[in-house]
Design a binder for this molecule. Structure first.
Ligand code: NAD
Length: 363
């Protein structure tokens, strides 16, 4: 069984689907691992690290060379994917976003498996790439904030005077938000946090942060937030406005799956912040939590800097790749059998992650 690893290196993507440390584990599962040269450079891994671990390096995966192609993000069908007809593509492929890719794969009987669709259950925890990458991104957001902000995060008591700690506000307390709170606390900031889900209050407080008492609402059956009624959303923005004005650094992470991100901070509220304050809108790629934020750009509003990075996990590409590679390994362990490799639609973890098209559902 041949396993391929793409070179996905761009300025925004520095991760690789499998780091050298994991190659041996894939080999033990029965795969011959081949990667495109330079695939690990952004994460600090050389081709020699991979060959030393038993992988082969090629200039580009050509033709029908691999049974399984592992990818971090969605590939472009324009490029040669290198997957055999009947093979499998696995990655954070943003299902539904590129009907041409999905139709193209289907025409070649290639099964796409979207890591975004792996169930968020205890059983699937070790395969949950959304969580592993959100952990990396939440951590990186705070470090980006700490180095961009023109002030210290902790309180400093020195001969040159006492400097108060930074006040950090985290909006959205999912996986990324929890990691952002923990990281900002470790750096000594005063941290406030808020999420629409009521059970996050206890989680926020257990990390030593203070919960902002804005409206909360029960979640859906899957544990996710829903889109709010406009009157609740307006009350929420009103309560948040008070604390936004006093914050030095705000990190927003709020998402509603399958919907544009909820607007939590209006532009006139941004303007109430002190000049030199910073907002990092982690939802900028899906519409933004902050009015005026732009994905992967910096916007200034009355002296307040708003960043919308979509590549935060790539800021810590080595460890993000390590965690992602582990997620893929655990998934493949479920799919390898004594007879080879199967994609079992009945498997409670693999089944829901198989991307189906309208045509599949009508068969
Ligand atoms: P996400 O990225 O979808 O959203 C981030 C946060 O934004 C969520 O906490 C959400 O409640 C919040 N949010 C949405 N709308 C909001 C609004 N209007 N105002 C304020 N906050 C808002 O979330 P995620 O990090 O992927 O996690 C979502 C859920 O999945 C959580 O309940 C989490 O506990 C659960 N989860 C469970 C497992 C598991 O059981 N293994 C693993 C991961 C996540």
């Amino acid at each position: 069984m041949h396993l391929g690893i793409r070179n996905e290196q761009t300025t925004l993507e520095r991760r690789v689907a499998v780091p050298p440390q994991a190659v041996e584990s894939f080999t033990e599962l029965g795969f011959e691992v081949t990667l495109e040269q330079g695939a690990g450079t952004g994460a600090g891994f050389n081709d020699d690290d991979f060959t030393g671990a038993g992988a082969s390096v090629v200039e580009a995966l050509a033709g029908d060379s691999v049974d399984v192609l592992l990818t971090v993000s969605r590939p472009d069908l324009g490029g040669t994917l290198g997957i055999k007809d009947g093979g499998v593509l696995i990655g954070l492929i943003n299902p539904g976003s590129d009907p041409d890719l999905e139709a193209g794969l289907r025409a070649r009987s290639i099964t796409p498996i979207a890591m975004e669709l792996i169930p968020r259950t205890t059983l699937a925890q070790s395969i949950d790439a959304l969580s592993s990458q959100a952990t990396a991104a939440g951590y990186a957001a705070v470090l980006l904030g700490a180095t961009t902000l023109p002030k210290f995060m902790p309180m400093f008591v020195t001969a040159a005077g006492t400097v108060p700690p930074a006040r950090v506000l985290v909006l959205g307390v999912g996986v990324a938000g929890l990691q952002a709170i923990a990281t900002a606390k470790r750096l000594g900031a005063i941290v406030y946090a808020y999420d629409i889900r009521p059970d996050t209050k206890e989680q926020v407080e257990s990390l030593g942060a203070r919960f902002v008492e804005a409206p909360t609402q029960e979640m859906d059956e899957g544990g996710y937030a829903r889109t709010l009624d406009e009157d609740v959303a307006a009350r929420q923005r009103e309560v948040l406005a008070g604390i936004v004005a006093d914050s030095d650094l705000i990190i927003t992470t709020a998402q509603v799956p399958g919907r544009p991100a909820p607007r939590l901070i209006d532009r006139d509220v941004v303007a109430t912040m002190k000049a030199g304050s910073l907002i990092i809108d982690m939802a900028a790629g899906s519409g933004g939590n902050v009015e005026g934020s732009v994905a992967d750009e910096e916007v200034m509003v009355d002296g307040v800097r708003i960043l919308g990075p979509t590549d935060l996990a790539s800021h810590v590409a080595a460890d993000a790749s390590r965690m992602y590679g582990r997620n893929l390994l655990e998934l493949l362990k479920r799919m390898v059998t004594d007879d080879g490799f199967t994609v079992d639609p009945e498997d409670p973890i693999v089944g829901p992650a198989i991307v189906t098209t309208k045509e599949d559902r009508h068969e």
